[in-house]
Design a protein around this ligand. Structure first.
Ligand code: ZN
Length: 236
């Protein structure tokens, strides 16, 4: 059955999922990771996540022994059926229904469902994702109630007792930086700044104080603003 000491992290290689990975490595004895290729425009995140994983192993010996297998799932079919600015080369805008056109319908529902299927096979109980309701773009599948309902659905549908954790749910971006500092100190902050990928435009670009990226897409803007707020709060 599911081992309560084990966890599987949805790990895309961005700031949020790297913070979630550190959170899981502090809590659980055995932590595995999973990533999805859904033909996102910023496929570069899938290269960066391997760099982050190797940096975590190198810089955090206390976590390295807990870090287990990495899983990679080809979900190209999601890219095939999604007409969004994350999966097509179109500009980021808001739609009439108030959602940004970067919303990929079903994405997080599928991610957790596939993660649960892996966890089922691996005997893992805890699933961890970086969904956040505080600073989010209005994606309905990042809401706390969506994730809670999904936990019930997965447990009914797979006859297991998975626990879905979303440690960033009620944090804003500046609090996410603060959490990373608490978990892994300056070494984790440096790892996140130097190696995680957030930019929707898939640009690594020059290294800004808040990390790499185009600096103007919605994901970069959020990361930059959060970083500046966190820095300011630290100096106050
Ligand atoms: Zn960007």
């Amino acid at each position: 059955m599911n081992d309560a000491r084990s966890a599987l992290v949805l790990f895309s290689g961005g700031q949020d999922s790297t913070t979630c990975l550190a959170w899981a490595l502090e809590q659980f004895a055995h932590v595995e990771t999973v990533a999805f290729d859904y033909r996102q425009r910023h496929l570069i995140e899938l290269d960066q996540r391997l760099v982050v994983l190797s940096e975590v192993r190198r810089r955090f010996p206390q976590w390295a022994s807990r870090l287990g297998e990495d899983h990679f799932i080809d979900m190209g079919v999601l890219g095939q059926i999604s007409d969004t600015s994350l999966t097509r080369n179109v500009a980021f805008t808001m739609e009439k229904d108030g959602l940004p056109n970067s919303f990929v319908p079903g994405r997080n529902l599928l991610f957790f469902t596939f993660a649960a299927a892996i966890a089922w096979r691996r005997g893992i109980r805890n699933l961890i994702g970086g969904m956040c309701e505080t600073d989010f773009s209005g994606y309905p599948d990042c809401r706390d109630n969506t994730i809670k309902a999904l936990q019930v659905t997965l447990n009914l549908g797979m006859d297991r007792s998975f626990v879905l954790h979303t440690p960033l749910m009620w944090l804003d971006k500046s609090e996410t930086w603060a959490l990373a500092e608490t978990l892994g100190g300056p070494a984790l902050i440096e790892t996140i700044l130097d190696h995680t990928h957030t930019c929707y435009e898939a640009e690594r670009g020059p290294r800004h104080p808040w990390g790499n990226g185009c600096g103007t897409c919605p994901a970069c803007a959020l990361r930059k603003r959060g970083f500046e707020m966190w820095r300011k709060a630290g100096k106050a």
